[in-house]
Design a protein around this ligand. Structure first.
Ligand code: GLP
Length: 242
């Protein structure tokens, strides 16, 4: 894993956006898979500025990384809503190029089976954007004894429900289940960027970088094996100092 340490959030967002921009310039029909959360918002804003300055995203294919089960796509807490607001609409990605997770509990199994196939049918993911949870999760792959290889339904840990409750009016409203890309699906991405900023992420980053094992209790540790994964981390997350 390549590690790029940058001064602050803005530098992290700029470095991440530049990687995505150069990919899209080289390959206008690239397949991208997008994370949600507060971390990549700066990167997405910078991509939107590049688009305003003329970079065309209309050829790219866009996949969701993960999604809460049970929230409708027009619920502002859903990742569908987030990606529409912050990525798909600002970059003017055509609707037919967008592949979203189905959050309907009744259709979870069929959706999971079809989603990995759709990614393959589009030629595989060229760039996977990832954040990291405070407990070391990536996507919604939570620390566990075993990690799922394929995309599917996952149960959220108490820690994640608590951490993510900051976006909800009440912790009671945070769904307990989610759809997440599997380890193999993420791993097949040709390029991965893992973003981390702020002291809040220091423990997760330290644990990841100090760890010398492939540890399913630190889901991000599998990224150490990927041939083209870049961790872009700001000084606060790297050092633990504001
Ligand atoms: C959520 C998402 C992850 C995201 C993580 C970090 O649990 N499922 O994909 O990377 O939170 O979020 P944040 O960037 O807000 O710290």
């Amino acid at each position: 894993m390549k590690i790029v340490i940058v001064k602050d959030y803005d530098e992290m967002s700029k470095a991440a956006a530049e990687l995505a921009v150069s990919l899209v310039q080289d390959k206008p029909h690239a397949v991208l898979s997008f994370a949600t959360g507060s971390t990549p918002l700066g990167m997405y804003a910078k991509l939107a500025s590049h688009h305003k300055m003329g970079l065309d995203f209309s050829g790219i294919k866009a996949f969701h990384l993960d999604e809460y089960i049970g929230l409708s796509p027009d619920d502002p807490m859903s990742y569908s809503y987030y990606l529409d607001e912050n990525v798909f609409t600002p970059l003017e990605i055509p609707k037919e190029h967008i592949f979203v997770h189905n959050s309907d509990p009744e259709q979870v199994e069929q959706h999971a089976r079809e989603y990995d196939r759709k990614i393959e049918a589009e030629g595989g993911i060229d760039l996977q954007v990832l954040g990291i949870g405070e407990n070391g999760h990536i996507a919604f792959l939570e620390p566990a004894d075993r990690l799922p290889l394929e995309t599917g339904l996952v149960e959220l840990t108490k820690d994640t429900i608590e951490v993510n409750s900051r976006f909800f009016e009440d912790e009671e409203l945070v769904p307990h289940y989610a759809m997440s890309l599997g380890v193999r699906t993420i791993f097949r991405a040709r390029k991965i960027i893992l973003l981390a900023n702020g002291v809040r992420k220091h423990d997760a980053i330290r644990t990841l970088l100090d760890n010398k094992h492939l540890d399913p209790r630190i889901p991000a540790s599998c990224l150490q094996l990927h041939a083209d994964c870049t961790l872009i981390v700001d000084e606060a997350a790297y050092t633990g100092q504001e």
